[in-house]
Design a protein around this ligand. Sequence first.
Ligand SMILES: O=C(O)CCC(=O)C(=O)O
Length: 267
Amino acid sequence: MELVKTQQTPTITLQQAFKEQGFVVVRNFFSPQEMETLIKQIESPKSRQCLDQCLTKGNLRFYANLYRHNEYIQQFVAQPKIVHFLQPFIGSDFWVRWDQAVAKGPGAKTFPWHQDNAYNGFKQTHYQLWVALTAMTIENGGLWLVPGSHHQLLPHRQVNHHMVFKGEPKNPAFITAEIGDIVLFSSLTLHKTTPNTTEGIRWAYVIEYMSTHDYDPGIAPPFLRVARRGQPHAEFVQSYRGRNPINRLKYRLSRRDISRVLEWESR
Ligand SMILES: O=C(O)CCC(=O)C(=O)O
């Protein structure tokens, strides 16, 4: 496995690189065979109900919440290899809030610049594990990221079903990837994909992990916890630590009230 700390000196750790630039890339994390099997599972009849009608358009197909309907995928997202990799970034306890596979076929258009927090409106962040199921190139609609864009929520406007960043990002980086490479980025890292001008399909599978200390107001139980007390531990649970009255209150209060709660919490 080759670790890539994009735009960093060789002495910096992956966690430091993530903190500074909002993403890291790890080469050859999975084998081509694992990726082939995963695509077959995503395309299996079990997953048909996961086709997301909102974002699926023409040759761009979105499958969401696959892990809830497919046991193989459930084991994939909870596998110890992923859990051990993520623990230094997320901490000892975390769960899967969402997953999504995207088949970007020939002619599929740009998916515009955005932060995922602009779509879901969360006050906390989560971690996107982007798995390259096929190689990513500029021509086939691969991933662009903006280093250092993950420190705050930026202004967006709604365009049809998309939330689109209002500005023009400075120094975007294209992430070249081969089959089986992974990219870990923050839900605040600005990203986009450009049109697929090739004849092949660009496949990506994104798993979104969240610390059990943080709160997602949009997902109903059961929740798939995958790490507990620093160990891989896959279990559907009815609640988690972050679903507490203080975190829930943050979604009902004004901005001023929220800063008071945060101040109170930090005492
Ligand atoms: O897979 C793609 O082309 C874009 C998906 C994306 O950026 C997202 O869902 O946040």
